[in-house]
Unconditional design. Structure first.
Length: 182
C-alpha cells in the first residue's frame, strides 16, 4: 500500500462519504473499524509498550485534529476518515499530508449527510466504553443494524402505520378488515 497524496486522500474520502450514503450504512468490517476508532478517541493513547502503539498514537493524533478542526460535523467526518482511510493508511501518510489533511477537510466543510449523522449518533453514543459527554446526543439511536438497512425511515414509518391500521381493523372484525383494504 503506497501512501496517498493530498488529492487522492480527499477523493477517497469524498467517494467513501457517497458510498456510505448510497449503501445507507457501513459493512460489518467497517463498523468494527469505527468502534475501534471511537474507543481510541474515548480512552486516549494506548500503553507505549503495546503492539502497534506508535501507529495507534499517530492515528489518534490525526482523528483528534479532525475533531478539533471540524466541531460542527466532527463525528461524521471522523467516520468517513475511519472507513475511507483507516489506521494503516493514516499511519503511512507522509507527515506533511497527515498534518495538512485535517485542514483540507475543514476547507471543504468536512463530510456530513443524514446517514453519517445516524452512524455518528449510534457509534459515539452507544460504544462499549460508554458515551463521551462531549458527544452526547438528543437523537434516539435506532436499534436496527445499519449494515443491512434497506428501507428508508419514511418507508418504515409508513409500514408501521399501515400495519397498525390493519391490526386495528382485524381487531374490529372481518368486515372492518375488508373495508380497510378498499
Amino acid at each position: 500500500m503506497a501512501p496517498l497524496t493530498m488529492e487522492s486522500a480527499m477523493n477517497l474520502l469524498h467517494n467513501t462519504s457517497e458510498i456510505i450514503q448510497r449503501r445507507n450504512g457501513v459493512k460489518p468490517r467497517e463498523a468494527k473499524r469505527i468502534v475501534h476508532a471511537v474507543s481510541l478517541l474515548m480512552n486516549g493513547y494506548p500503553p507505549s509498550d503495546s503492539t502497534g502503539a506508535k501507529r495507534q498514537s499517530t492515528y489518534l493524533d490525526f482523528l483528534q485534529e479532525v475533531r478539533r478542526l471540524n466541531p460542527r460535523n466532527a463525528r461524521s467526518t471522523i467516520i468517513v476518515c475511519v472507513v475511507g482511510l483507516g489506521l494503516s493508511q493514516i499511519a503511512i501518510l507522509s507527515s506533511s499530508v497527515r498534518l495538512d489533511l485535517p485542514f483540507e477537510i475543514k476547507k471543504r466543510n468536512g463530510f456530513d449527510n443524514p446517514v453519517l449523522r445516524r452512524l455518528a449518533d449510534k457509534y459515539f453514543a452507544t460504544t462499549a466504553v460508554g458515551a463521551d459527554p462531549q458527544y452526547s446526543s438528543q437523537t434516539e439511536v435506532s436499534p436496527r443494524d445499519d449494515t443491512q438497512t434497506t428501507k428508508t425511515h419514511q418507508e418504515e414509518i409508513h409500514q408501521q402505520n399501515s400495519n397498525g391500521h390493519d391490526l386495528q381493523a382485524l381487531q374490529q372484525g372481518p368486515s372492518k378488515l375488508i373495508s380497510s383494504c378498499h
